[in-house]
Write a protein that binds this ligand. Structure first.
Ligand SMILES: N[C@@H](Cc1ccccc1)C(=O)O
Length: 493
């Protein structure tokens, strides 16, 4: 670069003026490099005056370049014809024969002899001059003075040439002109200030166009991003959000209200985290609690119940909620206490806790996405219909269901979706119609049905962001840079 800079300055000093395009030919360097050197010179002060000018230039297209090298299509057609002629169909096998044939015909180079069967294409003149090829080669050299405007028009029409605008600079000496550039200072030091040398030194200009260092800012975790996607879908579908701000729940709302018998293995410390302090809850709606006790132990509402000795002590035990269905139970009970039943659609997305064996896909805490619709006479068909709409909004259109079992739903279905990226069916959730043994003790009208479903938030997030190990997504081993790298939007496969 510094050689080029000196060269340009020397050229200017000897010739008084220059144009960057001719300098590019003179130094046999790309024009872009000459312009780069000019910018460096300008950064050092008013060494040169550069006036920008725009020149139109003719350039060959790829087809034009091919002709420059191999000859025009019409010349190639001509060259292919033997003295005693050739069948037209054979001639037409040449590349670009169609255009070549018609141009050679109109140039009067060839003719079709129809007296032969089949007719033959024959030469009409002994030899030709391939002016098109000559012109193409002249254009490459920039020597276009003897190409007529009519020919240029024709080449443009044939898409052999194109006009481009080339920006260049006319250079003349500036007020600070000299043959060498002084080094510009970039820092003002205390030494310069003390010695006063700063007065004589030249400082580099600020570059206000320079991109600054990227700003430090917060980044959203992938789980948060997928959560807001789910939330948006629920809101679009007219659902309201349930208050889920209680990680600590008691067994009554987490299990008993959901008709989950007290001996159920999920209620074991192997599966559930129980709280030691405070160990128990004491405030319950007692008449409802009595009805729950009755439906478990003796039955009712058309059910036989489980026929065991239901104990309040078991229901009082505090725990970290194992599902947000505990919140759904609280909300449905509240709904049943209103004077008049009104259909409702509710959702929540929040943390739940299970005493799981930790592995690549399981953690002891995860997020549950829960939805429910309470209305008159809902059926399994409604549930499937809601899923179709809900998952379509997530870009999932292939769904399948498998009968399942939950103590609180009947019928129950596991939800599977086909994942085209992974090429297989994967389980994404669990669902069902809440049992009368759960809803009627709450006091909901008999003909009200509640359809509900639950998904994990982590699973779809891992699929969308391509994580195989849940510990890379959440928990103490997470690489913080992963959060910065995670795109704001993804293209779903
Ligand atoms: N609570 C269930 C999900 C679910 C919610 C509502 C109805 C049916 C199932 C679970 O934890 O897997």
């Amino acid at each position: 670069m510094s050689q080029l800079i000196e060269g340009i300055l020397r050229y200017l000093s000897e010739n008084g003026n220059a144009n960057t395009l001719s300098l590019s030919q003179y130094f046999n360097e790309e024009h872009q490099k000459i312009v780069g050197a000019l910018k460096s010179i300008q950064a050092h002060g008013d060494f040169v005056i550069a006036d920008p000018i725009a020149n139109k230039k003719i350039e060959l297209t790829d087809e034009g370049k091919l002709i420059a090298e191999k000859g025009s299509h019409e010349a190639n057609v001509f060259a292919e014809i033997p003295d005693d002629g050739i069948e037209q169909s054979k001639l037409m096998k040449l590349p670009n024969a169609k255009i070549g044939f018609s141009k050679a015909m109109s140039a009067g180079w060839i003719q079709v002899d129809k007296s032969c069967v089949p007719p033959l294409v024959k030469k009409k003149v002994p030899e030709i001059v391939d002016t098109v090829q000559e012109h193409m080669n002249q254009i490459i050299k920039g020597d276009i003075l003897n190409i007529s405007d009519k020919d240029k028009q024709e080449y443009k029409k044939r898409k052999l040439i194109q006009e481009v605008v080339v920006k260049s600079f006319n250079l003349t000496k500036g007020p600070d002109f000299s043959l060498t550039l002084t080094k510009l200072e970039t820092d003002l030091t205390s030494d310069m200030l003390l010695a006063g040398s700063w007065k004589k030194l030249k400082f580099k200009d600020y570059n206000f166009e320079a991109l600054g260092a990227p700003l430090e800012s917060g980044y959203l975790h992938p789980l948060v991003k997928v959560r807001s996607e789910f939330r948006q879908i629920f809101l679009e579908m007219g659902f309201s959000e349930m208050p889920t701000n209680n990680y600590v729940e008691n067994s009554f709302w987490n299990f008993d209200a959901l008709f989950q018998p007290q001996q159920h293995p999920a209620r074991d410390a192997h599966d559930t985290f129980f709280i030691s302090d405070p160990k128990v809850s004491n405030k319950f709606p007692m008449d409802y609690l009595e009805r729950v006790k009755k439906v478990h132990s003796k039955g009712g509402y058309g059910s036989q119940g489980y026929g065991y000795d239901w104990k309040i002590e078991e229901a009082q035990k505090n725990l970290l909620r194992t599902h947000t269905t505990a919140v759904s139970a609280r909300m449905l009970f509240k709904l049943a206490q209103q004077k008049e039943f009104k259909p409702i659609k509710l959702f929540s997305i929040d943390k739940v806790f299970r005493n799981e064996t930790l592995d690549a896909t399981h953690l002891a805490e995860f997020h549950q996405v829960e939805g429910l619709i309470a209305d008159y006479n809902l059926t399994l068909g409604d549930l499937i219909g809601v899923f179709a709409e809900f998952f379509k909004k997530l870009g999932i259109t292939q769904l399948e269901f498998k009968p399942a079992y939950n103590p609180y739903t009947e019928p129950s279905m596991e939800i599977f979706c086909f994942h085209p990226g992974l090429g297989k069916w994967i389980e994404i959730g669990n669902s069902g119609v809440f049992r009368p043994e759960m809803l009627l003790p709450m006091g909901l009208p008999e003909d009200v049905c509640v359809i509900a479903w639950g998904l994990s938030l982590e699973r779809p997030t891992m699929i969308k962001y391509g994580f195989n190990n849940i510990r890379d997504l959440i928990g103490p081993k997470v690489d913080l840079a992963m959060i910065q790298r995670s795109p704001i939007c993804r293209l779903n496969k």
